[in-house]
Structure formats: C-alpha cells, structure tokens
Design a protein around this ligand. Structure first.
Ligand code: BES
Ligand code: MN
Ligand code: ZN
Length: 514
C-alpha cells in the first residue's frame, strides 16, 4: 500500500502521533529549534542522552525515546544529521530513508517529523521537503511481486514481513507561512520518487516477464497516464530505416525487439528547444555467441536499466511539465545466442551508413544505442543524453558511488553534473581523448565494437560518438550505479532507479535556462 507524505501546520511538541522524528547535528550539546522544544517538554531527556554520550548526532544515528505521556507523541526518534558543515539534501534523503525503515521495522504505521534542515540547516523549505519525500518513499521501496505471501524481498529489512507498512508521514511545521513551500516540495519529491520506483520495478522484474514487448507496454501506460506521444517500432520498420547494428543484436532472439519512442511536447512552437534521452534496453544480456560465464549472469536482467530510467524520467517530465520538448528512446531487445545470432567477425551497417565489425557479441549495448542515436538525430534532436549499463569497466573505475559521464559537450556534461547536485545522484566525467579512438580501429570496417582491455568505458563511448555526430551528446554509464548491494538511506538492495531523478531535473533546469 502506498505511503502518503503530508504537511501540517502545528507545534510538533503538541502533535499527536505514534512517533515524532526530531534531529540533531553532530557535536551539538544543547539542541535548539523543534528538537530543543521537545527536549524541554521531556524534561531534558535528549540533552541527558547527549551528555551521556549515547546520542552523538552522527549521520544516520537513530535513538528511540518513549515519552510516557509527557507529550502527545508516544515516541520520539532523534535522528543524527551528521556534521553541520557537511549537511545537504543528501543527508536529509539518507536520514529520511533510514528513519522510515527503522519505524516500519517497529511496526509503526504512521509518524510525524519536523522538516530537517529547513531552519538552522540552511536548506530552503522546498528542497528540504522534497528530500524528505524522496528519502522516505524510496527508502520504503519493496519489490515483493513474486512472493506468494506478498512479504519480504526488501534486502532483509523485514524478513518475516510482520509489518503492515507505513501509511502516512506528516511533516509538522510551526510557521504556517512555510506550509505552502513544504507542500510544493513534497509534491515534486513524490513525483520523482514514484517515477524512480517505476524504474526500479521495471529493472527488478525478471527477464521472462520484462521482455521488450513488456517494456513497450510499460511505456504505453506512462504515455497514456501523463499524455505523451508514443511510437513503438518493430523489426520490419527498423529494417526500413537500415538499423543494421540494432537488428544484428536482436537476430539471436525469438523475442521481438522494440524501439520505443516517447515524446513530450513542452514547447511545441520551439522545436530547437529539445532534449533526447536514449536508454539501453537489453532485457537480458547472455553475451550472445561471446557467451558470458554462468556466475551472476542473472544480474543481466538489469541490462535494461538505462531504458527503464528513460521511461521513468518521461513519466516525471510528463507530470512536472517543464517548458522543453523531450523525446525518450528505448532500444529494447534481448542479446541471445540463438541459431540466427550474429557471429564475432560479422560486419553490420548502422542507420547512418557507418559500418561496425562485431568483435565481441557481448559488446551489444553500443550497437543498439548506435542506431537509437541515429534515429534520434533523424527526428531533429540536437541535444542527446544516453543512459546505459554499458561496461563492466566502469564498475572497476568508479565502483558503485557514481555514474561515469563521457561525451562531446563539456556544457552538457556540466548540465548533467548540476542536475545531479540537486538530485543527489553523483557523476564523474572521464576524458574523451582522441588517443582512445585508435583502439576501436578495425581492419575491415569503419570501427570495431570492442577496444580490448584498455579504457573499456571510454572506447565504448568513442563508438557511440560516431553516431551522435553533430549533436551535443553525453553518455552515462550506469553499470555500477543501477543496482545497490545493500539497504542504505534512500537506496534499497536491488535496482536504484538511477538516474531517473537527474534526467527529470536536467529537463527542468534546461527548460528554465539554467
Ligand atoms: N551489460 C554489459 C555490461 C555490464 C557489466 C553491466 C556488469 C552491468 C554489470 C555489457 O553489455 C557488456 O557485456 N560489456 C562488456 C564489453 C566488452 C565485451 C567489450 C564488458 O564490459 O565486459
Ligand atoms: Mn554485453
Ligand atoms: Zn549489456
């Protein structure tokens, strides 16, 4: 059952709720603000716990205090915000996620919280409320579609499924004049969190369910709900467009491939005000004839995470309605080693006429993206962001802490970075030096699809660059960031939905000329 986030004007100290969340910066011995008022009403128990060294205010630290009827709230949770100089919306998101799971584990169905950081924390009320909504909703995310009892599957947080879930969280604000801003922040945060959870669902579904056809259906549902144009291209239409690189990957599978095109018209009179989001949608990557080893191959159901984040971002964009035209393109197919599968050594011709020697059929993402980028260009899109679980090498380079950015436009890379600053999703740019181009030089074709062991993420991007051509373009390699290995803050084990919120934020920033 979904959780709702509300905002209420009132005094937290006198608010009746099963649990009230207050906060504390690290090193503070005499709490002020809402926390100070609650401390006084409780006879100084919080400052006593601080003095005893039991509450330190470390980021994510949670302390439960029973109020034994001294205030209307039955319990108080003191949430550590960390050092005040490190404080940002990321800390709010993290704390909100931890608090939500903590109280769910306690079997609490609803609670109230003060707006972390909106006062002395220095955040504006909109950003604070947005981060609380995102952290809470995303932190409570569970994927239990395949549990016959409907429980569990949340990374061990609730192994016996005894909780009934959190129905409602209320942000209590003393200053009635701030309520409107908090409410606006909550509504944006809710849209972004729900869209991110859509991306997580698409990724978490197994590949026997989440086929290219199913992805197209998910895109149709989004398009109908928020009002987008939708075009789903099948194999025959792709052939008419000469998408030999995409079709080469798809030919090893019985599952029909789909090139899904979703368009949001936010500024129809200005077609040059556009953004294209291109997602890799490999619904299962066996490697093809260059077959992957068996160990962990099941993780390759998540090789459509880029496509999922594009569908999800289009949902957010269609809901938030920025003044910019945004087209989402999702290149969806399986990569299978069937009897008609392409072979190492095959040469394919992409839509723009460029030829690629397929050295390794497991380097399939760049092949499907090549044609999707060409098609985006043929639609007149001049600003492109592609998102893909493209290389194992990016996980070696950056781990799971940030997404790799590569591209031909420093400006667009900066724009993505700025959107990431706001969303809390992190990015790091890798150098697109000309020296790397020779690594994908082919003896027989315009390029080859694998550059070997050196600079594996960058050589993949070098191939994509050949198809972005004159457009401003950046490539986001999310092979590391698309999944989380444990619950932490707003992330739960499994799909993260990255970079849905950043893509939506990018569209909003570009629309506002930022
Ligand atoms: N989908 C994989 C990349 C990947 C690896 C995603 C780990 C998530 C986690 C991609 O299609 C792939 O197989 N890449 C190869 C490229 C190589 C053959 C040039 C890789 O990274 O090993
Ligand atoms: Mn592969
Ligand atoms: Zn892949």
């Amino acid at each position: 059952m979904p959780t709702t986030i509300n905002v209420a004007a009132g005094d937290a100290t006198n608010y009746e709720t099963p649990a009230l969340v207050v906060n504390l910066f690290q090193g503070v011995t005499q709490p002020g603000g809402g926390t100070g008022a609650v401390d006084r009403a409780l006879g100084g128990v919080i400052s006593q716990l601080i003095a005893d060294g039991e509450i330190k205010g470390k980021l994510g630290e949670l302390t439960l205090v029973h109020t034994i009827d001294r205030i209307p709230a039955k319990r108080v949770v003191v949430a550590g915000l960390g050092k005040s100089q490190d404080f940002d919306t990321g800390a709010v998101r993290r704390v909100s996620g931890e608090v939500a799971r903590f109280l769910r584990r306690k079997g609490i169905g609803e609670y109230a919280t003060i707006a972390h950081g909106a006062g002395i924390g220095g955040l504006n009320a909109v950003e604070s409320a947005q981060a609380i909504a995102e952290g809470t909703l995303l932190g409570l995310y569970k994927f239990d579609n395949y549990r016959s009892n409907g429980n569990g599957a949340d990374g061990g947080d609730d192994p016996d499924g005894s909780d009934g879930g959190i129905q409602a969280v209320t942000i209590v604000e003393r200053d009635a004049g701030t309520v409107d801003e908090l409410t606006a922040g909550v509504s944006v945060g809710t849209v972004l969190a729900e869209s991110t959870m859509l991306a997580r669902d698409l990724v978490n579904h197994p590949a026997n369910v989440m086929t290219p056809t199913k992805m197209a259906e998910a895109a149709r549902e989004v398009a109908e709900t928020v009002g987008l144009e939708l075009d789903v291209m099948d194999r025959d239409r792709m052939r008419e467009h000469g998408m030999g690189a995409f079709l080469g990957v798809a030919q090893g599978s019985e599952e029909p491939p789909k090139l899904i095109v979703m368009t949001y018209w936010g500024d129809p009179d200005n077609p040059q005000n556009n953004l294209g989001l291109v997602g890799k949608g490999i619904t299962f990557d066996t490697g093809g004839i260059s077959l992957k080893p068996a160990a962990n191959m099941e993780a390759m159901k998540g090789d459509m995470a880029g496509g999922a984040s594009v569908i999800a971002a289009m949902n957010a964009i269609g809901s938030l309605k920025p003044r910019i035209n945004v087209t989402g393109l999702i290149a969806a197919t399986e990569n299978m080693p069937g009897g008609r599968a392409q072979r190492p050594g095959d040469v394919v011709t992409a839509m723009n006429g460029k030829t690629i020697e397929v050295i390794n059929t497991d380097a399939e993402g760049r092949l499907v993206l090549a044609d999707a980028l060409c098609y985006a260009r043929s639609l007149g899109i001049t600003r492109l962001v592609d998102v893909a679980t493209l290389t194992g090498a990016i996980v070696v380079t950056l781990g799971k802490a940030c997404t790799g950015i590569m591209g031909n436009s420093g400006k667009l890379a900066k724009d993505v970075g700025a959107a990431g600053e706001r969303s809390g999703e992190r990015f790091w740019e890798l150098p697109m030096l000309e020296d790397y181009r020779e690594l994908i030089r082919s003896d027989v074709a315009d390029m080859k699809n694998s550059g070997g062991r050196q600079a594996g993420s960058i050589t993949a991007a070098m191939l994509l660059r050949e198809f972005a051509e004159e457009a401003d373009w950046v490539h986001l390699d999310i092979a590391g960031t698309s999944t989380a290995s444990s619950n932490k803050g707003h992330l739960v084990k499994g799909a993260t939905g990255v970079p849905t919120r950043t893509l939506a934020q990018l569209a909003m920033n570009l629309a506002n000329g930022k």
